[in-house]
Design a protein around this ligand. Structure first.
Ligand SMILES: O=C(CO)[C@@H](O)[C@H](O)COP(=O)(O)O
Length: 222
């Protein structure tokens, strides 16, 4: 079954709790919290206080995507604030095993992300150690970008490695995921779909948009 992870970066922060509840009503499976430090990516976003605010509002797991140069610094605050899983980038932790084990010792799930220009071969050896691989389908930093078409072949290759090395590992895609692109990513082997603009900017509303994306991903799944 595909999982839809609404990226709250695109939500209306004046009513964040309500916005998240709308996605939950549409069948969203987890909340994707984009944390940006202005160094690893050219933008600033949010910190653990947002998880703290959301924790009592939703039963969905809070997935924290650390787009930061020093991810280890922030883990404890996010754990105290109710985070359920962490994703960090192989670009900033080229030897990630210690960090993976540290996150596990905190009782949290762990994901490894790679940007669109990062050699996915370097991700392969860590697949047995992680719960989730995140194949970025845009360069991180901003919502509302276009899906990079070359991502599809990368998703297909990572899925093949996951089948061979750790079938329980999830394969997430993030960036430009909408009704036009989700089927392609799903058919290539992705099973977790981060979507911001396509959900919170949808004319039909966040509930219907979440359900529609879920249906499209399920229909295209291989
Ligand atoms: O991590 C990022 C951006 O850096 C993403 O999670 C975006 O927030 C996805 O936004 P859309 O492309 O779906 O608008």
């Amino acid at each position: 079954m595909p999982a839809i992870a609404p990226s709250i970066l695109a939500a209306d922060f004046s009513q964040l709790g309500e916005q998240v509840k709308l996605t939950e009503a549409g069948g969203a499976n987890r909340v994707h919290v984009d944390v940006m430090d202005g160094h690893f990516v050219p933008n600033l976003s949010m910190g653990s206080i947002v998880c703290k605010g959301l924790r009592p509002v939703t039963k969905m797991p809070l997935e924290v995507h650390l787009m930061v140069e020093a991810p280890a610094k922030f883990l404890d605050d996010f754990v105290k604030s109710g985070a359920d899983s962490f994703i960090f980038h192989l670009e900033v932790e080229p030897e990630p095993t210690e960090m993976i084990q540290h996150i596990r010792s905190l009782g949290k799930k762990v994901g490894l992300a790679v940007n669109p220009n990062f050699a996915i071969e370097k991700l392969k050896r860590y697949i047995p150690e992680i719960d989730l691989a995140l194949c970025m389908t845009v360069f991180p930093g901003f919502g509302g970008q276009k899906y990079i078409p070359e991502s599809t072949a990368r998703i297909r290759q990572i899925r093949q490695w996951i089948r061979e090395l750790n079938p329980a590992c999830e394969l997430e895609v993030d960036g430009g995921i909408d009704a036009r692109t989700i089927g392609e990513a799903s058919a290539a082997g992705a099973n977790v779909f981060v979507a911001g603009t396509a959900i919170f900017g949808a004319k039909e509303g966040a509930t219907a948009a979440t359900k529609h994306l879920h249906d499209l991903a399920a229909a295209a799944a291989t």
